[in-house]
Design a protein around this ligand. Structure first.
Ligand code: AMP
Ligand code: TRP
Length: 330
């Protein structure tokens, strides 16, 4: 029997998920789940690299799992698990940390961005974060990692760490490839469309949450920053409009030209109403399913326990190999 190629990806339960998480990550996972053996995790160990309120972390972790399921990830086919339930991630992360360089970690743009808001006390976890991500990926002998554009640099590091370990000892890890969608790879901030949309932004008008009600989505899209050109065009000179076009393309699977054609001779307000309705139509059924799932704690527990069991089995095997090659007595 031909074995399926392996996919792994994860999202941090550090806040409510945005339309960026949905279009850059989850929506693509759905497409891939039939052809690949998939591991989708909720990366709580990553979330604590910045301060988290314990009760919020608990509720967001289950919310993210409910969103995965509501978006259509099939728990029968895929392993859905919580990162901290698989101790091999923390252990492998330390082993890889010992062969990572300060220089390469200092060059990570996400570290530079996130550490800026931490004042004098930058948590060391924020610096090591990409090594933990490499451990997540390499433990499963992953072939493909579906992520948004912002994770490309972290993936490059995971590849380098895999190659370094393979060269220092002997072939141990598969060297993973990124899978970055054409549309939706980078959904931008609605208020500052040159920055990526992020759940950690202070201004709620800058992002759309997967769980935002319709009236909130209409309001946020109508307030989104555009320009004074007044023509719906796909151009770098109109980053706000370009972003809204990208959102429509990623949801509907149509081309930029098709969207531009639809709005020839029409104004921004008509275009924005259309964009809002496209988003609402996509998110409403997901929101209804999340409401049902989130109250069914026993069902969620069954899924994450089963997921962790499968993940633990595979991850432990790779960890043992690493320990043996490094020279640890087993
Ligand atoms: P995070 O919220 O940082 O845990 O990101 C989880 C996943 O969502 C990663 O694959 C990111 O690349 C993706 N993602 C986050 N924000 C965006 C965005 N604005 N546009 C596209 N993808 C995103
Ligand atoms: N660092 C990723 C992000 O912020 C989340 C993540 C952690 C991840 N581990 C991963 C993504 C492994 C893909 C694979 O988006």
């Amino acid at each position: 029997m031909e074995t399926k190629k392996v996919i792994l990806s994860g999202i941090q339960p550090s806040g409510s998920l945005t339309l960026g998480n949905y279009l850059g990550a989850i929506k693509n996972w759905i497409k891939l789940q039939d052809q690949y053996e998939c591991y989708f995790c909720i990366v709580d160990l990553h979330a604590i690299t910045v301060k988290q309120e314990p009760k919020d972390l608990r509720s967001k972790t289950l919310e993210v799992l409910s969103i995965y399921l509501a978006c259509g990830i099939d728990p029968e086919k895929n392993a859905l698990f919580i990162q901290s339930h698989v101790p091999a991630h923390s252990e492998a992360s330390w082993l890889l940390t010992c062969s990572s360089y300060m220089g390469e970690l200092s060059r990570m743009t996400q570290f530079k961005d996130k550490s800026q808001s931490q004042g004098e006390s930058i948590p060391a976890g924020l610096f090591i974060y990409p090594v933990l991500m490499a451990a997540d990926i390499l433990l499963y002998q992953t072939d493909l990692v579906p992520v948004g554009q912002d994770q490309k640099q972290h993936l490059e590091l995971a590849r380098n760490l895999a190659e370094r370990f393979n060269n220092t000892y002997s072939p141990t890890f598969k060297v993973p490839d990124p899978y970055i969608p054409k549309e939706g790879a980078k959904i931008m901030d609605l208020q500052e469309p040159t920055k990526k949309m992020s759940k950690s932004s202070d201004n709620p008008n800058s992002f759309i949450l997967i769980l935002d009600p319709p009236e909130v989505i209409r309001k946020k899209i109508s307030r989104s920053v555009t320009d004074s050109i007044g023509i719906v065009n796909y151009s770098d000179d109109q980053p706000g409009i370009k972003n809204l076009i990208n959102i429509v393309c990623a949801i509907r699977g149509i081309t930029q030209e098709e969207v531009v054609d639809m709005f020839k001779g029409k104004g921004y307000s008509e275009f924005k109403s259309y964009v809002a309705e496209v988003i609402i139509e996509e998110l409403t059924p997901i929101q209804e399913k999340v409401k049902e799932l989130i109250s069914n704690k026993a069902y969620l527990e069954e899924i994450y326990k089963k997921g962790a069991e499968k993940a633990n089995y595979v991850a432990r095997k790779t960890l043992r190999k690493m320990q043996k090659k490094i020279g640890f007595i087993q």
